[in-house]
Write a protein that binds this ligand. Structure first.
Ligand code: MN
Length: 267
């Protein structure tokens, strides 16, 4: 048992370490819930010092939808700051061997004087790590429409892919100030949610908001830093262009993992 933990914390701690070991394997059998995230190859869950994950493409590869300068600043400055500040906030705490998703899901366990910093910065790290992986250059994995079980689930829960896109874009447009729009898997159903700042559907409703909790399978950053250099105040144009980058194969892998049907996930 790690020093300084009470019994309940120690149990959570042990679970977290176990989760970390599963996450480290990268490929595994899906069991649903948060674990789906790291089993889908999202390298955000590693316990210990959090690091900026490698981008799966170059800064200019998402043009013209997202310009190279925005990508460089967003990744190497904004995301890096979230990583550095999360590590700073968690230094010297027992949380250094918790996985990132478990920490953001357990914010009430984080000491109050560190909670806001962890919520904002580890939230930012988790959200951006996912955001990069859910995009790909247009025509090279990015854009188009989902197929298979994900397409069926979207049709079942939203009526059609077009209706889903409209509702998602509306959530992105209506987020006042900074935040995210999400496609969330919860109890086998898909829904659309929006969170403020760097809050995330993996957090409890107290932080993410009512109706916004679950496993995010797709997220869109609508902070001005994500689009302002190219799109200025036209967030809707950024959202329209962003559909050309969505990596539906990756979204589908993550969605499958949340269903806990034992599907094999590949990186
Ligand atoms: Mn961002």
């Amino acid at each position: 048992m790690a020093a300084g933990l009470n019994r309940r914390q120690a149990i959570i701690h042990a679970m977290a370490v176990g989760g970390g070991l599963i996450a480290a394997s990268g490929v595994g059998r899906a069991r649903g819930g948060m674990r789906a995230w790291h089993e889908a190859g999202l390298r955000i869950a590693a316990a210990g010092e959090f690091t900026l994950p490698p981008l799966p493409y170059g800064y200019k590869d998402l043009e013209p939808s997202i310009d190279a300068e925005t990508m460089e600043i967003h990744y190497s400055r904004h995301h890096k700051a979230y990583v550095d500040n999360a590590n700073k906030a968690l230094a010297g705490t027992p949380f250094t061997d918790w996985t990132s998703d478990r920490i953001v899901a357990s914010l009430d366990e984080v000491p109050e004087d560190k909670r806001t910093a962890v919520r904002n910065n580890l939230g930012g790290h988790v959200n951006h790590s996912m955001f990069w992986l859910m995009m790909a250059p247009t025509g090279k994995g990015g854009g188009g429409e989902p197929t298979g079980a994900l397409a069926d689930a979207i049709a079942r829960d939203f009526g059609s892919f077009a209706a889903f896109k409209e509702k998602f874009a509306e959530a992105a447009a209506k987020r006042f100030g900074s935040g995210w729009a999400w496609l969330v898997s919860h109890d086998g159903k898909l829904s659309i949610a929006s969170t403020a700042n760097q809050d995330c559907p993996l957090m409890t409703a107290k932080y993410a908001g009512d109706g916004a909790t679950g496993t995010p399978v797709l997220g869109l950053d609508v902070w001005e830093h994500a689009y302002y250099l190219k799109y200025r105040n036209k967030r809707a144009d950024y959202v329209t262009a962003w559909w050309n980058l969505v990596n539906w194969t990756k979204v589908a892998q993550l969605h499958t993992a949340t269903l806990g049907d034992g599907a094999e996930i590949t990186k």
